[in-house]
Design a binder for this molecule. Structure first.
Ligand code: SAH
Ligand code: SF4
Length: 388
């Protein structure tokens, strides 16, 4: 199966998945092509999820020849893929130098959500996070971010036999995979623009969510450049506990974060902020903790919803899952106080689908390189089987 441009990559060729519409138009102009050509090309790339220039039949032959010469369509390549019994799919993408990032597709009755990564590793060092434990490797490029969506949509369509470019399987995108999206705004903003662009993926701003650990100035930048739905990882209702769980809080304490949330609401596509709250057994899961959250959001006047995420344990952490009863009681307490609260369903449990989980299994570089080799071998067998 030709899943991406199969020609040898050369440094001279530009990767078209790196361009938002403005950049694509500019690049087309630089090779003597009119703006409407960029629009046509963009529709082939992102609506038809096509990478074969010969199939882009409404493009002039001369333009196609230039494309073959100068450009390529290169998404990151998966080294492992898992399918859960509940329809959840997960890809582990190779991003070079022994680094891999994950994307997870979660099908539901009325939508299909893709969770994508923005960095290889993460520098924020949150105590409960498997990605954080790996440390920071590097920012993903725009094409590596867009390529996760491009690849997943293409793969899912092929599996389901969907050919109509208007029939999209992925209706929602959440930047909740590995990494802190707001630490990679240079590459995340063009990717978001492509997700929203009518000639790109055409998603509404309400269906694209950026999740952040709480980088205050960057929340303002996002508001200016691409105001999509915002999720903020809160995890504590007071600075003392949040300082311990999330080092970012020492720089941007709750008061500043809440003020940034209020400012964001002026431009947000929804009239509330989603607060994510990882529930850690015996640490932040008591009813007193719930009451403190209610008090915080009332005092700070931030209209919000809460999404409770029961902690997902991993090898290097001795933090504990909360009891089921504690989660339900916590959820009830917030709902009773008038704050819409949901508990994140565990999906794809059989494939470690929580973001950061699969890559997090392989922590140090040597073990990771070893594991990557194994996964490449597994993937080769998988693709061979698929082709036969
Ligand atoms: N860096 C961004 C987005 C990626 S993390 C952020 O922190 O918001 C996405 C979500 O997964 C965050 O809310 C994060 O707190 C949560 N998370 C991280 N590790 C987890 C774990 N082990 N169990 C449950 N949720 C976790
Ligand atoms: Fe980074 Fe988010 Fe993990 Fe914190 S929770 S270490 S910000 S990926």
């Amino acid at each position: 199966m030709n899943v991406t441009d199969t020609r040898e990559s050369t440094a001279a060729r530009v990767n078209l998945l790196d361009f938002d519409h403005a950049a694509l138009t500019e690049w087309c102009a630089s090779i003597g092509e009119k703006p409407f050509r960029a629009t046509q090309l963009s529709r082939w790339l992102h609506r038809h999820v096509e990478c074969d220039f010969d199939k882009m039949t409404n493009l002039a032959k001369v333009f196609r020849a230039k494309l073959k010469d100068l450009a390529e369509v290169r998404s990151p390549q998966p080294i492992a893929e898992k399918k859960s019994a509940d329809g959840t799919r997960k890809w582990l993408f190779d991003v070079g130098n022994g680094n891999a990032v994950e994307s997870v597709f979660i099908p539901e009755d009325d939508r299909g959500t893709l969770c994508i990564s923005t960095q290889a590793g993460c520098a924020m060092g949150c105590l409960f996070c498997s990605t954080g434990k790996q440390g920071f490797n590097r920012n993903l490029s725009t094409s590596e971010i867009v390529g996760q969506l491009w690849y997943a949509e293409r793969e899912l369509r092929q599996d389901r036999g969907v050919t109509d470019p208007n029939d999209r399987i992925i209706s929602n995108v959440v930047l909740m995979g590995m990494g802190e999206p707001l630490q990679n705004l240079d590459n995340v903003i063009p990717a978001l623009r492509l997700f929203l662009d009518d000639n790109g993926y055409g998603l509404s701003r309400r269906r694209v969510t950026v999740s952040t650990s709480g980088l205050v100035r960057q929340i303002d930048k996002l508001a200016e450049a691409a105001p999509v739905a915002l999720a903020v990882s809160l995890h504590a209702g007071n600075d003392e506990l949040r300082d311990r769980l999330m080092p970012v809080n020492r720089k941007h304490p709750l008061k500043d974060l809440m003020a940034a949330c209020r400012r964001y609401l002026d431009v947000a596509p929804r009239d509330f902020i989603t607060f994510e709250y990882v529930m850690l057994g015996g640490i932040n899961d008591s009813l007193a903790d719930a009451d403190e959250l209610v008090e915080l959001v009332r005092r700070e006047r931030v209209p919000c919803k809460f999404n409770l995420i029961p902690f997902n344990p991993f090898t290097e952490s001795d933090l504990k899952k909360p009891d089921r009863e504690a989660v339900l009681a916590f959820c009830r307490r917030l709902n009773d106080a008038g704050i819409v609260t949901t508990v994140r369903k565990t999906r794809g449990d059989d494939i470690d689908a929580a973001c950061g989980q699969l890559a997090g299994e392989v922590k140090d570089r040597t073990r990771r390189a070893e594991r990557l080799r194994e996964q490449k071998a597994e993937a080769a067998v998988y693709f061979q089987k698929k082709q036969n």
